[in-house]
Design a protein around this ligand. Sequence first.
Ligand code: BJW
Ligand code: ZN
Length: 250
Amino acid sequence: MFSRRLLDTLSRARSVVAFTGAGISAESGVPTFRGSGGIWKKYRPEELANLDAFLRNPELVWEWYRARRQVMSGIAPNAGHLALAAMERCFERFAVITQNIDNLHRRAGSRTIYELHGNIERNYCIGCRAQYVSEVLPGTEGAPRCPACNGLIRPDVVWFGELLPSDEWDASLSAAEGSDVFLSIGTSAVVYPAASLPRAARRSGAYVVEINIEPTDLSDQADEVILGRSGEVLPELLERITTIQKGTPA
Ligand code: BJW
Ligand code: ZN
């Protein structure tokens, strides 16, 4: 499943990046946005994940996020998340750059995590910017309002047309450009600027590997494409890495 070149490169690698998208959480039961098995088809992300949609119909956008939060609270990290958490201990530098808002990398034990599109557990008031964790939000229906200023509270996630958090972005770009191996896992790689990271890594000389159940817009530009489920491919890759590092033949 893994090329000799990938295993050799990993055996010398000092810095590895895992760039993840919705596909890594699919095997935990979180629906993806696009691709086969993407079940948010009732709502296209472009329709709901933007500020205009929120201001026009905050109740509907909140209904979507409440439904997703409910899904996300009832699930656990899968073998793919756990393998990445274990891989962090195998390299001098290892970062998870995720587009996901579901907290599953943290819950799996990864420590260096850059969340490019926010986190579903956090919210803030669009009037006074006060922060609210999801547990304390009032009500189970409608759009919650800020007790301090009566402004609308929104999820602390990045919608279309919004800038990514600059600290997370800067750290991600520098990790991508400094990586020896860049793993692009379970993402359709169509949403920018996140999707520019594998391309930037490759330009800087990283060996770029895509792990996905189907080809994507990135496949032609990757050094290696592994077609398979991340919950199966990543534990196998971890196994090969630990074998190599123990000094036994891969
Ligand atoms: C498996 C699997 C298994 C399944 N194992 N694999 C034209 C060109 C370039 C850019 C633009 C453009 N027009 C507009 C833009 C900008 C826009 C953009 O990129 N749009 C594109 C869609 C064209 N980007 C933005 O607006 C960004 N901001 C920005 O650019 O700021 C500058 C700016 C400022 C002012 C004005 C204009 C620009 C912000 C983007 C924010 C994206 N937000 C969302 C919602 C986050 C919150 C939430 O979750 O609710 O982020 S949208 C949604 O897409 C979410 C995801 O993080 C993101 C990426 O999706 P992802 O993770 O790749 O999931 P899928 O479903 O697409 O793919 C899953 C994959 O898994 C599939 O390939 C499956 O095959 C695979 N899979 N099971 C392995 N078991
Ligand atoms: Zn407020």
